[in-house]
Design a binder for this molecule. Structure first.
Ligand SMILES: NC(=O)c1ccc[n+]([C@@H]2O[C@H](COP(=O)([O-])OP(=O)(O)OC[C@H]3O[C@@H](n4cnc5c(N)ncnc54)[C@H](O)[C@@H]3O)[C@@H](O)[C@H]2O)c1
Length: 315
């Protein structure tokens, strides 16, 4: 049974993954190579937990307890010595992940299960230097940002892993409050990111052609399709509307919609101009200097409301 967790990398994703497992009672080691990140990550997690307490997802008294379940490490071998499940959230570079898993293979118990939070790398490439036995115990477990709030985890059921190990990991994620998606094919982007990119491609294209203002395009999504997506999946929606209608509208619209094979030039231009969104103060919208925490909290607050509401219609 999986009892002890180790998380590798305490950046955007790793800290939230460690925070989630600790929140659900798991003793969690958190390994980080950069001193400054390691020294500040508990403060970051504490701030997020206090925000959850303010919004009544946890109690304030639970915060020190949760923080106490997270132990920071600068030594990989020590961090993973007794871990049953090790998930890496290190930078998205294949050589780095291959090397990391090779070292983990050496340092971890033979029963330990390995996972990668990769957004785009192939499982068999990452596992290239692992022993045949360990290749049966490695998978992709893909979280969404912010990891402590987004309820989804996509778990790979491809590769060489026996079904009982998949079930054990799926149970761990269910206990950690996540809705799991069992991904059967080793495809880039797994399932959720591909769906998101399909929507994003058309949204950026609508901006490019000046179809409506940025505010109105986001409004059309939020109060149109995404309003339904929050409570029903696309396939349910198609069934509700009638597949004959979806077939006709698809025939009429898809041939005139964007089908380019790379990121929209509008994104490339903005990146070139240093307009990266919230982190640079401007993207499609402008963000007042010094208000980035306030803006992120308002965004997270909406996710929390959504999280609470979604408990009423979980299947
Ligand atoms: N950011 C997202 O929205 C998101 C979402 C889902 C999945 N992912 C995936 O999660 C992984 C991590 O992404 P992130 O956004 O958290 O990156 P990040 O850069 O914020 O964090 C990576 C952390 O790993 C540390 N690190 C650097 N070298 C390391 C090494 N050799 N061993 C261990 N740790 C090392 C870094 O110091 C950093 O703190 C990537 O594979 C990414 O594709 C990211």
């Amino acid at each position: 049974m999986i009892q002890k967790i180790a998380v590798i990398g305490a950046g955007t994703m790793g800290h939230g993954i460690a925070e989630t497992f600790a929140m659900y009672g798991y003793p969690t080691s958190l390994y980080e190579v950069v001193d400054a990140v390691r020294n500040s990550v508990k403060k970051t997690i504490e701030g997020e937990l206090l925000f959850l307490a303010e919004n009544e997802l946890i109690t304030k008294e639970a915060v020190p307890e949760i923080l106490g379940r997270i132990t920071l490490y600068s030594d990989l071998k020590e961090a993973v010595a007794d871990a049953d499940y090790v998930i890496e959230a290190a930078p998205e570079k294949i050589e780095l992940k291959q090397q990391l898993f090779k070292e983990l293979d050496e340092y971890c118990k033979k029963e330990a299960v390995f996972a990668s939070n990769t957004s785009s790398l192939k499982l068999d490439e990452m596992a290239k230097f692992l022993s045949p036995e360990r290749k049966k115990r490695i998978m992709v477990c893909h979280w969404y940002n912010p990891a402590h709030l987004m309820p989804i985890a996509e778990l790979s059921a491809f590769g060489n892993m026996p079904e009982e190990i998949y079930d054990e990991v799926a149970e761990l994620y269910a206990k950690a409050g996540k809705q799991t998606v069992k991904v059967l094919k080793d495809i880039p982007g797994l399932v959720a990111n591909r769906i998101q990119q399909g929507i994003a491609r058309e949204v950026f294209s609508l901006i490019e052609m000046g179809a409506a203002s940025p505010e109105d395009i986001d409004k059309a999504l939020k109060f149109g399709p995404a309003f339904r997506y929050a409570t029903a999946g696309q396939l349910e929606i198609a069934d509700m509307g009638g597949l004959d209608i979806w077939c006709t509208v698809g025939d009429n619209l898809l041939s005139v919609m964007d089908n380019r094979k790379e990121a929209n030039p509008i994104l490339r231009e903005k990146v070139k101009e240093g307009k990266l969104g919230l982190k640079s103060g401007e993207g499609f919208f402008s963000y007042p200097v010094g208000e980035s925490d306030k803006i992120k909290n308002a965004f997270n607050k909406r996710l929390i409301i959504q999280l609470k509401t979604s408990k009423n219609y979980e299947k």
